[in-house]
Design a binder for this molecule. Structure first.
Ligand code: PBG
Length: 338
C-alpha cells in the first residue's frame, strides 16, 4: 500500500477555502475544464426538403432534412465542434424484418454523410452501425422466433459499416452490442481499404430507460417488440463493462463509449483507470430531456446544470461527450450569445 502523504497541517494553518476565495484563484486550481474539442453533436436526419421538425420529447432538438443537415454541420464547424453523429428516421415503408435498407448506399444516412462531406469536409462524421433504424420490429439485430441472432447480424453490420465508409463516414460506431462485431467490422473495412476509418465502439451500453426520447426521435420506440435486454447490459453490472471493453479493444476499437452518461459515471472512472483508450460518455436523450423539463418548470437553471453535468464526465475520465447540448455549450464556452 502506498503511504498516505505526510499529514497536512491542521486548521487553522490549513484552510481549504483560501484557494477558493477569488475567481482568479479558483481558475488557477481548477482540475478539469470543458472544451469545445470535447463535444460530439448528435443530429437527427429525416426525408424531405427544407424541413427542421421539432421533437416534442427533446425540447430544442429537431429532425432535419438533408439540405438542413448540411447547414447544421456548417454551424458545428463555425462553433469549433469537432464531429457530428447522424441518426436517421427511416420512413415506415422502408422498414423491414431484415432491415435491408441499412445496406442501401443511398439511404437517408448515407445521403446525409455525402452531403456533409461535400459541404464541410473538415468536420468529423460519425454514424451508428446497428439495424434499429431499419427494422420493422425496432431491434438492433435480426429477430427470429423471438431471438436476436448474433452472428447473422454481425455479418450485416460489417456490410453496413463498409457502405457507410464508402459514403464518407470518418468514424463508424457500432451501437448494437452483438458479440464479435468490432472485429468483423474492422476486417471488412480493411478488406475494402478503409484502414483509416475509425471504430468508436459503444462497448458498455446498458439496457436503459433513458433512451425513450431518442426512440421517439428516430421512430423506433413505438414499434419495438419487447426490450433489448438480451444484448444491452444490465444496469447493475460493472465488471461486465470491463470485459466488454477489453474485448472491443482486442478486436480493434479505436475508442469506446459508455452509455448512458450521468447514471454511469462510476463506469467511466473505472474504465479510465483500467484502459489506455479514449473514452466517450454519451449523455443520452433522457438525460437531456430531464434537465430541460426541470428547467421548463423553473426548478433548475438549465445553463448551470448543463455545464455541471458535462464537467462531471471530464472529471470521471472521459475524453469527450456525445451531447445534444453541444451547440449551446460551444456558444457558452466561446462567449457567443444569441
Ligand atoms: C440505437 C441507439 C440508441 C441510442 C443511440 N443509438 C437507442 C437504443 O439503443 O435503443 C440512444 C441515444 C439516446 O438516447 O440519446 N442502437
Amino acid at each position: 500500500m502506498p503511504k498516505r502523504p505526510a499529514s497536512h497541517a491542521n486548521f487553522p494553518h490549513t484552510r481549504m477555502r483560501r484557494t477558493r476565495s477569488t475567481g482568479w484563484s479558483r481558475r488557477l486550481v481548477r482540475e478539469n475544464e470543458l472544451s469545445v474539442n470535447d463535444l460530439i453533436w448528435p443530429l437527427f436526419v429525416r426525408e424531405g426538403k427544407k424541413i427542421s421538425e421539432p421533437i416534442p420529447s427533446m425540447p430544442g432538438v429537431e429532425r432535419h432534412s438533408i439540405d438542413h443537415i448540411a447547414i447544421k454541420a456548417a454551424e458545428a464547424v463555425e462553433l469549433g465542434i469537432p464531429a457530428v453523429a447522424l441518426f436517421p428516421k427511416t420512413p415506415a415503408d422502408k422498414k423491414t424484418d431484415d432491415g435491408k435498407e441499412a445496406l442501401n448506399p443511398d439511404n437517408l444516412v448515407n445521403q446525409a454523410i455525402r452531403t456533409i462531406k461535400a459541404a464541410v469536409p473538415e468536420i468529423g462524421v460519425i454514424v451508428d452501425v446497428a439495424l434499429d433504424p431499419y427494422t420493422s420490429h425496432g431491434h438492433d439485430g435480426l429477430l427470429r422466433d423471438g431471438v436476436i441472432l448474433n452472428d447473422e447480424t454481425v455479418e450485416l453490420l460489417a456490410r453496413q459499416a463498409v457502405v457507410q465508409a464508402e459514403a464518407g463516414a470518418d468514424i463508424v460506431a457500432p451501437s448494437d452490442m452483438m458479440d464479435g462485431r468490432v472485429g468483423a467490422i474492422r476486417e471488412a473495412l480493411d478488406k475494402k481499404k478503409f484502414q483509416n476509418t475509425q471504430i468508436m465502439a459503444y462497448a458498455a451500453k446498458y439496457a436503459s430507460a433513458f433512451y425513450g426520447p431518442f426512440r421517439d426521435a428516430v421512430g423506433s420506440g413505438g414499434v419495438l417488440q419487447g426490450d433489448k435486454k438480451t444484448y444491452q447490459m444490465d444496469p447493475g453490472n460493472s465488471d461486465e463493462a470491463i470485459r466488454e471493453i477489453a474485448l472491443d479493444i482486442a478486436e480493434g476499437a479505436d475508442s469506446i463509449i459508455v452509455k448512458p452518461g450521468m447514471p454511469y459515471l462510476d463506469i467511466i472512472r473505472r474504465v479510465h483507470e483500467t484502459f489506455l483508450i479514449p473514452i466517450y460518455a454519451y449523455q443520452v436523450s433522457g438525460e437531456y430531456s430531464m434537465l430541460h423539463a426541470a428547467a421548463a418548470n423553473g426548478w433548475l437553471d438549465l445553463e448551470a446544470v448543463m455545464l455541471e453535468s458535462l464537467i462531471a464526465f471530464k472529471r470521471a475520465g472521459a475524453s469527450g461527450v456525445w451531447t445534444y447540448f453541444a451547440p449551446e455549450v460551444a456558444k457558452i464556452i466561446r462567449g457567443i450569445t444569441d
